[in-house]
Design a protein around this ligand. Structure first.
Ligand SMILES: *[C@@H]1O[C@H](CO)[C@@H](O)[C@H](O)[C@H]1NC(C)=O
Ligand SMILES: *[C@@H]1O[C@H](CO)[C@@H](O)[C@H](O)[C@H]1NC(C)=O
Ligand SMILES: *[C@@H]1O[C@H](CO)[C@@H](O)[C@H](O)[C@H]1NC(C)=O
Ligand SMILES: [Zn+2]
Length: 439
């Protein structure tokens, strides 16, 4: 009798903890034609947490994307119809796209078993990083930016060809559902270690690369095991869970574009740096600050390159240089597959948002060049990018990393330290190699 009861309780528990399904959840691509229509959408965005906006209704938005559960679709379409707002159904049933997102198996001790047409869970990514450190002991050091709320390691790698180089710091996966970001930076790690392309090899040699594929490990695990569209961390607040870690930094905290409501996807937390993930990452960054030349914060989607600040459209700090460097690098990004990116400051290109990582990095650490990437795509699949787009996204993004360095140098950045002499030496060696081929 008792064992049966326990058994049935176990079954009930397991049913309730089963992975959430998004059957017949629909992704809408809304095409507002003027500010009045945007205002209708903003009102919905502000007042109704039932709808999950993937691209927010901001002034000048070319499009807005939003996911609705089946039972609210009539209400949403009704509102749009009554307001005369044009929309398309981008995906009738997003569960289909989730089912197509193949999650790969990583074979321990075989770094080549990580593929670029699969997504990977946290344990696979971390195991791969550990294996890289074993395979390339003189280049790769495992680094940790502390632990998450649930006690997971915020693991990264440092790739260095010698002490004292200037730093390129890449943070990704802080929004856990943006799966394309860890994949893209893992590809960058693999290129920095194994590519035979001279420009990639020079970039690997000239800088210390600190790369953290998953800075919100609890959220990332949750997207794999329970709820694919989870964005925040997993700390409980009342009966709700999670703080938006890209609103929790101590820079104009809670000033704009974030929420005091724990059920909101933009919940800023009870105070700046209230969350272990942001606090520990900030603590990790501070001692490195003087050496960081370039800081990249990886997000998706929308195909945007954004510069600080999120609180104002005013061109603060080295706005013009950052914009020019960024625009050129996005030109380089588009060469391979024609993917267009828009470059601008956060507030002008997407929305007013504060407490964001890049603003804190710019304001408090004074890093010369700071960018947010919003990777592919533009309203077709959003956070559910098909796995056959992982490699093209990663390749074009890597192209742009290299061009960011190239353009930055043309504008007088990223030349300090011993990087110049190293790259010059590298060029001489390459020049000799090329000459030898002709002789
Ligand atoms: C999804 O919608 C289709 C068509 O309306 C319906 O046949 C199907 O039962 C729905 N699936 C679920 C799981 O609700
Ligand atoms: C809204 O308009 C579209 C296109 O005319 C139509 O297919 C849909 O049924 C309408 N929905 C509601 C709830 O009125
Ligand atoms: C925006 O934030 C920056 C950095 O904190 C500050 O210097 C600037 O005055 C702020 N601008 C506005 C309009 O609030
Ligand atoms: Zn994001």
């Amino acid at each position: 009798m008792i064992p049966k009861l326990i058994l049935s309780l176990l079954i009930i528990t397991c049913v309730s903890c089963e992975k959430f399904r998004f059957d017949n959840y629909t992704l809408y691509k809304i095409l507002p034609k003027d500010l009045n229509e945007i205002k209708v959408l903003q009102n919905l965005y502000d007042s109704d947490t039932r709808f999950d906006f993937w691209r927010d209704p901001v002034p000048n938005a070319e499009y807005v994307t939003v996911v609705s559960a089946p039972k609210y679709k009539g209400e949403l379409e009704g509102l749009l119809n009554r307001s005369g707002i044009a929309f398309e159904v981008a995906m009738q049933n997003i569960q289909n796209a989730i089912d197509k997102e193949r999650v790969g198996q990583y074979n321990r001790n075989n770094i080549w078993s990580m593929r670029w047409d699969r997504y990977y869970d946290l344990s696979a990514i971390n195991a791969w990083l550990d294996d890289l450190a074993r395979q390339f002991p003189s280049l790769v050091t495992i680094v940790s930016a502390g632990t998450s709320y649930e006690g997971r390691d915020i693991k990264g790698v440092k790739i260095s060809h010698g002490e004292g180089r200037r730093i390129i710091f890449i943070e990704s996966g802080i929004h856990s559902r943006e799966w394309i970001t860890p994949s893209t930076v893992c590809y960058a790690i693999s290129q920095l270690l194994t590519s035979t392309d001279p420009e990639t090899m020079a970039a690997a040699r000239d800088f210390d690369w600190y790369i953290f594929p998953v800075t919100n490990p609890d959220g990332y695990v949750w997207t794999h095991t329970e709820f694919r569209l989870w964005r925040k961390n997993r700390r409980p607040y009342g009966s709700e869970f999670g703080v938006d870690l890209n609103r929790n930094w101590n820079s104009n905290w809670l000033v704009r574009g974030s929420s005091t409501n724990p059920s909101s996807i933009n919940y800023a937390g009870p105070g700046p740096f209230s969350e272990p993930e942001t606090k520990h990452l900030a603590d990790y960054l501070r001692p490195l600050a003087d050496r960081i030349e370039l800081y990249l914060s990886m997000h998706s989607s929308g195909q945007l390159l954004l510069i600080p600040f999120g609180n104002t459209t005013e061109p603060l700090a080295n706005y013009h240089d950052a914009l020019n460097i960024g625009r050129r690098a996005m030109g380089a990004l588009s060469v391979r597959y024609g993917t267009p990116y828009t470059t601008g400051n956060v507030a002008e290109a997407i929305y007013y948002a504060t407490g964001i990582t890049v603003d804190w990095v710019k304001e408090h650490l004074h890093v010369p060049l700071v960018y947010i990437y919003e990777l592919r795509d533009r309203g077709t699949y959003g956070h559910l990018l098909p796995p056959d787009q992982i490699l093209p996204t990663a390749e074009e993004t890597m192209d742009s990393f290299l061009d960011l360095i190239h353009q930055a140098r043309r504008f007088g950045y990223m030349n300090s330290g011993n990087s110049l002499s190293v790259s010059l030496g590298m060029k001489i060696i390459l020049g000799i190699t090329v000459l030898q081929r002709f002789l």
